[in-house]
Design a protein around this ligand. Structure first.
Ligand code: HEM
Ligand code: HEM
Ligand SMILES: [Fe+2]
Length: 443
């Protein structure tokens, strides 16, 4: 290994993958409960496992971002991590905090605000972990002596993610005891993460991968990157309004949220065109084919999941019927998977063999993983989309009782569960590819 401190990225990736595996197991449990409602009833109840599923999602994605960031700054700045010790400490702290939160959910403690259910003390611990991480990344870049544009955008995203975590603490200090006010700021974390600052992180990681995989000119790449950053800021911030339709805020949000969020897909479309055109331009394909698949897969599925599936229900005229239905879940899965799961998997697929001085993972195992995950998630998305259309018509338009409609949707849920099983096998293959070449050793 050229840089000894790439072990920091490696252990972050190991932790992220193990938590991904647990997330998917939790997903299978709640997916099964939709099909067989008595499954694990009163042992592992739906609400508890759902909380665990989405918390593990956020934690593994964040840990993946941390590992990917450490890998990126070491390569870009051509220097070792400022403090590998600090990085290992905050990784252990984050994993322990996450596990403590999950044990709490199993014992019945939840703060009850989706995605942000962690008790106050754990939220404070997470905030400290993030500060330690951001300081370590910035110090590494300073030590290296120059800021590349990719690093500027990455740090902008990371600092933004840290700042927009702060509104998540609001209800604990008693500031937000009105439900409408609470929700208003809840979206500052949830929406401004996935449709704001995380997009910058994704843009930076994608650029880094394209630099490595295509050897394309840095200047061309930087122009694209800045256009994408501009599009994110332009549309994403006021786009928050697409969550402000039915929560008790002034009606101008119908206009602002509808129009501005309808512009958000351009940022994702930009990234897709960018990735495909860079690879086309490069002509000579990098030998790590799996990394190319995951990189292009990320660009494509992010555009479909966030851009197309988001646009579909973002106008108030549509959202009025689909709000909180399975259409939302369909979009939530494809967007999170396409944008943030795939960018992490792409970074791992590139970085791990590179650390080991190899060209790629076992190509067959990694490509099987890619296809199973892509097919499984497509199945889940389409099944939930079908369920959502039926639900919007029968329950919202025809005013049929909620449970009667749910009974009609059994087949869709069964198909979704089948997709989940395919997806889970894909995750198994990915983990096999990750570990089968052994642990990278310091040179
Ligand atoms: C990678 C980026 C994105 C991710 C990860 C994502 C994820 C999600 C998730 C998980 C929810 C459900 C939130 C809840 O629990 O209530 C949601 C809701 C929503 N998303 Fe996205 N999203 C992304 C981008 C977009 C974009 C670009 C648009 C619009 C073009 C959009 C439109 C919406 C709308 C309108 C809702 C509310 C649905 C409802 O009323 O039930 N999303 N998103
Ligand atoms: C084996 C695969 C999976 C299955 C069976 C599964 C199943 C489920 C189920 C049943 C829910 C609860 C929906 C509800 O409240 O009605 C859920 C929520 C969610 N899952 Fe998964 N999941 C899986 C994998 C994933 C993956 C890989 C991701 C992201 C990369 C993900 C992201 C989410 C999100 C964001 C939510 C909240 C969505 C919302 O409220 O709209 N899941 N999942
Ligand atoms: Fe949003």
């Amino acid at each position: 290994m050229k840089y000894q401190s790439h072990t920091v990225a490696y252990y972050h990736f190991v932790a992220a993958l193990l938590l991904l595996a647990l997330q998917v197991v939790a997903g299978l449990v709640i997916g099964a409960q939709y099909v067989f409602p008595d499954f694990l009833y009163q042992t592992l109840d739906f609400n508890t496992v759902r909380t665990i599923h989405i918390n593990l999602l956020i934690v593994w994605i964040l840990i993946g971002f941390m590992g990917a960031s450490y890998y990126l700054v070491v390569e870009e700045s051509e220097t070792e991590v400022w403090s590998p010790m600090l990085a290992h400490i905050h990784l252990v702290a984050f994993v322990l905090g996450g596990v403590a939160a999950i044990v709490g959910y199993l014992l019945g403690y939840t703060d009850g605000r989706e995605f942000l259910e962690q008790p106050f003390i754990i939220k404070v611990a997470i905030a400290l972990v993030v500060v330690a991480f951001v300081v370590n990344v910035i110090m590494t870049i300073i030590k290296g002596g120059r800021w590349t544009s990719v690093e500027v955008v990455l740090v902008l995203g990371l600092v933004g993610a840290a700042l927009f975590f702060l509104p998540a603490l609001g209800n604990h200090v008693g500031a937000l005891d009105n439900l409408s006010v609470d929700k208003y700021f809840w979206w500052w974390t949830v929406h401004l993460w996935v449709e704001g600052v995380w997009e910058l992180i994704m843009g930076a990681l994608l650029s880094f991968l394209l630099l490595k995989l295509t050897g394309v000119d840095r200047e061309v790449l930087e122009k694209w990157l800045y256009v994408i950053v501009g599009l994110v800021f332009f549309s994403g911030i006021l786009g928050t309004g697409h969550h402000y339709y039915w929560e008790g805020y002034p009606s101008y949000w119908l206009w602002i949220g509808g129009i501005m969020s309808a512009a958000e897909p351009f940022a994702f479309l930009g990234m897709t065109i960018y990735a495909f055109s860079m690879l086309e331009k490069a002509g000579r394909a990098h030998p790590n084919r799996a990394a190319i698949y995951f990189t292009l897969g990320c660009a494509l599925f992010a555009f479909l999941g966030a851009g197309v599936w988001g646009l579909m229900h973002t106008l108030p005229q549509v959202n009025k019927w689909t709000h909180g239905s399975q259409i939302t879940a369909s979009h939530g899965h494809l967007a999170f998977f396409g944008a943030y799961a795939m960018i992490n998997l792409a970074m791992m697929t590139y970085a791990i063999p590179a650390m080991q001085g190899r060209e790629g993972f076992n190509k067959r195992t990694a490509l099987i993983a890619f296809w199973l995950m892509a097919i499984g998630m497509t199945d889940m998305t389409l099944a939930l989309f079908g369920a959502g259309v039926v639900q919007s018509f029968m329950e919202r338009y025809n005013h049929m009782p909620f449970m009667d409609v749910q009974n009609q949707m059994w087949l869709f849920y069964a198909v979704r569960l089948a997709g989940g099983v395919i997806f889970a096998v894909g995750v198994g293959y990915f983990i096999k590819a990750f570990f089968e070449r052994g642990v990278p050793r310091a040179a």
